[in-house]
Design a protein around this ligand. Structure first.
Ligand SMILES: [Zn+2]
Length: 278
């Protein structure tokens, strides 16, 4: 599933492609279609991300809430390109750009100003990728959930909005913290380090289209022949491969129903939790 950085980049691409321009609109999904008449002649004023949802605000004050879940995908291309053979939910088309939402099923129509009352949005924690969210804000939020394990808290959109499964493994590794530890067990310096890593790695991934390791390390690996997927992570999807920092073997576990990757040496994962015993 796409995580916060991917959704935010999609929102930015749709916004740059079609916002502020006259539109031809096709609303194909049954939840969307009844609005087609009311939106005739309207333009899109802004497209933004809230955690893994997207908000498309029209000049009428109507806001389309959409959540891609596992299958939905926004594609921005040119109006003369062939459409993909997937379920088309909506098409927003200017003279030069076209934004198409494929396969999503979770939609709602909101009014501008009422977005925060939507049940999904109402429950979200602070948006990690918002410019206004500081390391201090993130540390303060983490301190409110002392009983949660690090790896559980980093997946929970109600704790912090915009993280996901690859980010939680990468963040715990880069912060050199055992992801099974509870937030309440962290000292102040450790909590600050975790918060700073949450802030920095998520922004780095947004800027670099998904690269979590530092640029120099990424480039060095690409020069040695590694492809994008093999080069972009510290530990995620690197089960049984050597840690980039200490050479120990990266281990894979399941936590909260999702895969989690750790270097037990760098992250001081002792004693080994049940999920890691072979
Ligand atoms: Zn290591």
């Amino acid at each position: 599933m796409p995580e916060g950085p991917e959704i935010r980049r999609a929102a930015q691409a749709v916004h740059r492609g079609i916002a502020g321009k006259p539109l031809r609109m096709t609303l194909a999904h049954p939840v969307l279609a009844p609005m087609e008449r009311a939106l005739r002649g309207a333009i899109v004023e802004a497209v933004s991300a809230r955690s893994k949802a997207m908000l498309t605000r029209f000049s009428t004050g109507d806001v389309l809430y959409s959540h891609n879940q596992l299958y939905g995908e926004w594609v921005v291309d040119r109006p003369d390109e062939p459409l993909r053979s997937r379920a088309i939910r909506l098409v927003l088309e200017t003279t030069s750009k076209r934004a198409v939402l494929y396969s999503a099923t979770d939609f709602a129509w909101l009014r501008h100003g009422d977005e925060d009352a939507h049940p999904y949005i109402a429950k979200l924690g602070p948006e990690v990728l918002d410019d206004a969210t500081t390391v201090r804000d993130i540390a303060a939020r983490l301190a409110q959930f002392p009983r949660r394990r690090i790896a559980e808290a980093l997946l929970d959109q109600q704790v912090l909005a915009g993280l996901g499964n690859y980010l939680r493994s990468e963040i715990a590794f880069a912060a050199k913290l055992n992801p099974w530890r509870r937030l309440g067990e962290l000292g102040e310096a450790e909590r600050h380090r975790l918060a700073k890593t949450v802030h920095d790695i998520t922004r780095r991934s947004f800027r670099t289209e998904g690269v979590c390791v530092p640029t120099a390390l990424y480039r060095a690996q690409r020069q040695q022949g590694a492809n994008f997927e093999a080069a972009r992570f510290f530990v995620f999807d690197r089960d049984q491969r050597p840690c980039r920092e200490c050479g120990a073997t990266i281990e894979r576990a399941t936590l909260g129903g999702r895969k989690l990757f750790v270097c037990v040496a760098c992250q001081d994962v002792f004693p080994l939790p049940d999920e890691l015993r072979h």
